[in-house]
Design a protein around this ligand. Structure first.
Ligand code: SAM
Length: 276
């Protein structure tokens, strides 16, 4: 299995619960890497143990990244360096983007081995629209900052995805219900593990349920888009376009108004042409 890899940086996704989700390509790269940059060597040693391989590991995490990054980049010029996180896809609420940035800047080839990611897996379970979504990682733990982050997300006309922990889940759901209105949502827990569970419902109902009994395990919150605004009338459109065209070109005005009123940009642009 130890095939010789070309020098460079290899971003390797690992399972988020079920070890069978490690892809054969991920296994081949981990087996063949000259060095594996890891968040926690104990976690990755277990995974390598399951593969029956031993490879040199170097810690790469939030606390030492600045210091060790130049050395890792230097090694990539002549060796295959893999990056893994404890679980899932590196760089997604995990360290790694600066390593990729600096590797690219140094002309080092970067290859990704795609695989499990809790945010994407939760989207596939939630039964909420997936055509447009925003991933917001972990909400801030302080309530003021959390309220501000939710207010910022409230205008996005798509599905929202958050990572969360059990003890904070009830408060997070209550803050989401308060800041976003009582949207449809899903709490997705322990994906690909024995106690995998998806509970769907309005945010207020989920907040009630999970503040009484904080769940164990790893959690993703998925929140559906805002309800469609009641259709804008022709008068609303005209008024908004005339105001926007006093500041902007017709095409920029049409784009802004279409986004705000939930209309097609082409329709708003046609009307802008008639009004200008
Ligand atoms: N890089 C990872 C990924 O690709 O999903 C995420 C790392 S982040 C530090 C860890 C968070 O991801 C957990 O706190 C939880 O919110 C979510 N998570 C990870 N594994 C999960 C699972 N099996 N089920 C539900 N959520 C999970």
């Amino acid at each position: 299995m130890n095939e010789k890899l070309e020098p460079g940086l290899y971003i390797v996704a690992t399972p988020i619960g079920n070890l069978s989700d490690l892809s054969p390509r991920a296994a081949a790269v981990l087996s063949g890497a000259d060095l594996i940059a890891v968040e926690d060597s104990r976690v990755t040693a277990k995974l390598l143990g399951r593969l029956g391989v031993k490879r040199p590991m170097a810690p790469y995490h939030d606390h030492n990244a600045e210091r060790v990054r130049p050395g890792l980049i230097a090694r990539m010029a002549a060796e295959a360096v893999a990056l893994v996180s404890d679980a899932g896809t590196p760089l997604i609420s995990d360290p790694g983007y600066k390593l990729v940035r600096d590797a690219r800047a140094a002309g080092i080839p970067v290859t990704t081995i795609p695989g499990p990611c809790a945010a994407v897996a939760a989207l596939t379970l939630a039964g909420l629209p997936t055509d447009r979504f925003a991933f917001l990682g972990f909400l801030p733990s302080k309530s003021g900052a959390r309220t501000a982050a939710i207010a910022e997300a409230a205008g996005f006309r798509g599905t929202l995805v958050f990572y969360e922990s059990g003890p904070r889940l009830g408060a997070a759901l209550a803050a989401l219900a308060e800041g976003l209105g009582d949207r449809q949502a899903a709490v997705v827990r322990e994906i690909s593990k024995r106690f995998e569970e998806t509970v769907a419902g309005p945010l207020s109902q989920l907040a009630g349920r999970f503040s009484e009994a904080p769940p164990k395990g790893e959690i993703v919150i998925v929140v559906g888009p805002p309800a469609e605004a009641p259709g804008a009338t022709q008068a609303d459109l005209d008024e908004a376009l005339i105001e926007a065209m006093s500041r902007l070109s017709p095409s920029r005005a049409a784009a802004e108004v279409a986004e705000r009123l939930g209309l097609k940009r082409r329709d708003a642009y046609e009307r802008a042409q008639q009004l200008k």
